[in-house]
Design a binder for this molecule. Structure first.
Ligand SMILES: [Zn+2]
Length: 50
């Protein structure tokens, strides 16, 4: 693709700025951040292991 696309979309794959590894899509990163934030606010004893 020749076009530069400055805006970040939900489906874009984000790569680590430091080492370039794949961090997943913008949507998945946003979801992880939201879950982490909710766990900070209200820690759950029934947290799933991953
Ligand atoms: Zn990295």
């Amino acid at each position: 693709m020749k076009f530069e696309r400055p805006e970040i979309r939900e489906a874009d794959i984000i790569t680590c700025a430091a080492c370039g590894h794949n961090l997943g899509t913008m949507a998945s990163i946003r979801e992880k951040m939201n879950k982490a934030y909710q766990q900070l606010k209200r820690p759950s004893p029934a947290r799933k292991l991953q």
